[in-house]
Design a protein. Structure first.
Length: 95
């Protein structure tokens, strides 16, 4: 399965595609200068348990880091992912 993650700013979300078909997304919105809230992550049930949501989080967080932004992980999956992958803990907004 070939996964690709892209930022779709006009929809305020990162989308993940599997073999060219969008199968999930991670929504975001700007809550403060340089801070994104991550309120929702969703993956098509047919793709659950196959690492799709983890790839989506990893690539979106890498992009957020590259842009010099911080996050407030509201979604339970986003919070858990960051908690298990401490290399992203520095992205969490402390304010």
């Amino acid at each position: 399965m070939d996964l690709a993650v892209v930022d779709v700013p006009e929809r305020s979300r990162y989308e993940v595609s599997a073999d060219g078909e969008v199968v999930g997304f991670s929504a975001y919105h700007l809550i403060d200068e340089g801070v994104y809230a991550l309120p929702h992550v969703e993956v098509d049930p047919a793709f659950e348990g196959r690492g799709v949501a983890s790839a989506l989080m990893r690539e979106s967080l890498d992009d957020i880091r590259e842009r010099g932004l911080k996050v407030v992980p509201i979604c339970p999956f986003a919070r858990t992912y960051i908690g298990k992958n401490q290399g992203y803990a520095d992205l969490v907004h402390k304010g």
